[in-house]
Design a protein around this ligand. Structure first.
Ligand code: BGC
Length: 398
């Protein structure tokens, strides 16, 4: 399909992963500790994941061979700083090799410093709630900067808004307490302070670097008449984080779905609406709604006041790869419309390069590439070839 919108020169076409979801053997994280806890609530642990810790050259080569030009991956804090203040030069060298592998294959690395997983010592010292958490995170950014000398795109923190919204334990603590009713503004402010402190360090250390964070955009829509409640619901779940990016070099937009806010039976009286019986859903149970990406970009553009954007995640959990192509076609068309209307979008990074560990289960398959759970053999899906073709042509589906 040939569209009317052609992306600007230098537009990044790629795919994304996160260390804990693909590397395997990530034993020094709190995630690992919780997954293997006797009262773990996840359906399966991450184990060897995709063994990308060893197989990343093959992953990046498959991406490049298809015609994609960018790889977003995260570096694992728990490996780089295994104990507070202890730097692993061997692990830094490992991630430096990943960057060099990208460069050798003509792939632009987009590096995330923190994608949901924490070193065990971090939780033990109080996590984001510790009074010096921003300084400790900024120190990690300083350590990481030593291998990022020629990297242009750096993401400090992935989806801080989801971290706050989902701040429940994945271990059954026996208290019956699960996700808090409301996101905690003090936690949000602590993470924002860490983002700003890390951004300052990266700018000091890496002239020319572009630094931002990535926000899960939920496309909050209102039942007619419930706009004020929608805005209230949205502020501490999304807009606060978009506002924090106003001075950033770019912002990562991550979009999968929409959420409709309207009347509810609980004490608050408003909140997300249930999807009607028969709604077309994906493997994660989310509504099939490819248009979400266009809304996400427009909303982010409006709230940030025009900060350059990169789509750092967009995709669908689907066993039928044709459905992945159909979803992505719709999402790219919506992105093209937003760009035609003036949104400045610098790249599109599909989630995900691989079928990976979806934070509790391998069942929801988001990958452009299938991975055998035992042999780790990679099998590219037609969607990888298809997305590479779009990247080579440069025109968006219209
Ligand atoms: C996260 C990914 C996750 C994806 C699909 C995003 O919230 O950044 O780690 O796998 O959504 O659920």
């Amino acid at each position: 399909m040939t569209g009317t919108v052609t992306v600007p020169a230098g537009f990044l076409w790629g795919a994304a992963t996160a260390a804990h979801q693909v590397e395997g053997g990530n034993v020094n994280t709190t995630n690992w500790a919780d997954e293997y806890h006797p009262r773990a609530t996840v359906s399966e642990p991450s184990g060897d994941a995709c063994d990308s810790y060893h197989r990343y050259p093959e992953d990046i080569a498959l991406l490049a061979g298809a015609g994609l030009t960018a790889y977003r991956f995260s570096i694992e804090w728990a490996r780089i700083e295994p104990e507070e203040g202890v730097v692993s030069h061997a692990q830094l060298a490992h991630y430096r090799n990943m960057i060099e592998t990208c460069r050798q294959l003509g792939v632009e690395p987009v590096v995330t410093l923190h994608h949901f997983s924490f070193p065990r010592w971090w939780r033990a010292r109080g996590g984001w709630g510790a009074p010096d958490s921003a300084a400790v995170f900024a120190n990690y950014a300083r350590i990481a900067s030593s291998i990022l000398t020629d990297v242009t795109w750096v993401i400090t923190i992935n989806e801080p808004n989801m971290m706050v919204v989902n701040s429940e334990s994945t271990v059954d603590t026996g208290t019956g307490v699960n996700a808090p009713d409301e996101p905690d503004p003090s936690l949000a402010r602590a993470i924002a302070a860490a983002h700003h402190a890390a951004t300052e360090v990266l700018h000091e250390q890496l002239p020319g670097v572009k630094v931002g964070w990535t926000i899960a955009n939920q496309v909050y829509q209102a039942v007619p008449g419930w706009e004020a409640q929608r805005d209230a619901w949205q502020y501490w779940r999304e807009d606060f984080y978009l506002e924090q990016a106003r001075e950033d070099d770019f912002i990562g937009v991550q979009s999968y779905l929409r959420t409709v806010i309207g009347p509810t039976e609980d004490a608050r009286g408003y909140g997300p609406q249930e999807w009607p019986e028969g709604t077309d859903r994906t493997l994660t149970g989310w509504e099939y709604y490819p248009e979400a990406l266009g809304h996400a970009l427009r909303h982010t553009w409006d709230v940030t006041g025009g900060v350059p954007m990169m789509v750092t995640e967009n995709g669908i959990a689907a066993s039928d790869d044709e459905r992945r192509i159909a979803y992505t076609t719709g999402a790219l068309a919506a992105m093209g419309d937003a760009m035609a209307d003036g949104c400045d979008v610098r790249g599109y990074l599909h989630w995900s390069l691989l079928d990976n560990y979806e934070w509790g289960s391998f069942a929801p398959t988001f990958g452009l590439i299938a991975v055998d759970r035992r042999t780790f053999e990679r099998t590219p899906k037609p969607s990888l070839v298809w997305l590479g073709g779009i990247a080579r042509g440069g025109a968006l589906p219209g």
